[in-house]
Design a protein around this ligand. Structure first.
Ligand SMILES: Cc1cc2nc3c(=O)[nH]c(=O)nc-3n(C[C@H](O)[C@H](O)[C@H](O)COP(=O)(O)O)c2cc1C
Length: 203
């Protein structure tokens, strides 16, 4: 398949936010990306990946259907996976998932939202190489979807707490989502560990 065809296969809908894995010089982290034409756009807040992109403007974005892996990496939990080197860029990727190697250009932006004022980078990844891996897809699970939402809210709660902002509402939402996750049969150890981390912030 040609680069363009593979790219459209991986990210079929323009502007829809897809949750993917970003690999930079020294870090793996989940991010939301949107395809716009032949590039991927994302916003990264201050942290390790943000700093990595200052030192090296190559990255790999992977389509991963394992919510626990994505959520676990956001909380730096000890999740197990095999890594291998990219083909055209000096960046590692996780084995077994399709990947897009690319060059990243970013500009610094000031963002004002419900978690206060932050510095972020608005980035554009232009694909250089795409690798397709065929694997049996995981069935769609509401429990996984709920865990993804909980994990995102949790990262916001942590920032709010650090900034001394009110976290009662988001903490309540997180508890509701965890209850729903459990009702839907979710019982992963990673979800439990994420809840332990989050509850330390608000209990
Ligand atoms: C599903 C999911 C999507 C996320 N998307 C983003 C994103 O688009 N941009 C961002 O800055 N952080 C995002 N986060 C939060 C980061 O993963 C989290 O803050 C992480 O620790 C980033 O810090 P690091 O670069 O130091 O690893 C997301 C978290 C989850 C669970």
């Amino acid at each position: 398949m040609k680069l363009d065809d593979s790219f459209l296969t991986l990210f079929p809908e323009e502007d829809k936010v897809y949750e993917v894995l970003l690999s930079t010089k020294s870090n793996f982290t989940p991010i939301g990306v949107r395809r716009q034409g032949r590039v991927l756009k994302f916003r990264i807040f201050e942290g390790r990946s943000f700093r990595d992109l200052e030192e090296c403007n190559y990255a790999i974005i992977q389509v991963v259907d394992d919510t626990e892996l994505l959520a676990g990496l956001a909380y730096n939990l000890d999740v197990k996976f095999d890594v291998t080197q990219g083909i055209k860029v000096p960046i590692r990727r996780i084995e077994g998932y399709p990947w897009v190697e690319g060059e990243v250009k970013c500009r610094i932006v000031k963002v004002k939202d419900s978690i206060g004022e932050s510095i972020a980078k608005d980035c554009t990844l232009t694909p250089i190489y795409i690798g397709i891996e065929k694997r049996v897809p995981r069935p769609i699970s509401r429990a996984d979807n709920v865990l993804l939402e909980l994990a995102v809210l949790g990262t916001r709660l942590i920032v709010k707490k650090k900034r001394g902002l009110q976290i009662k509402d988001v903490a309540q939402k997180i508890e509701e989502l965890y209850e729903l996750y459990r009702k839907l049969g979710g019982k992963s150890e990673i979800a439990g560990k994420i809840m332990d981390i989050l509850r330390k912030h608000y209990l």
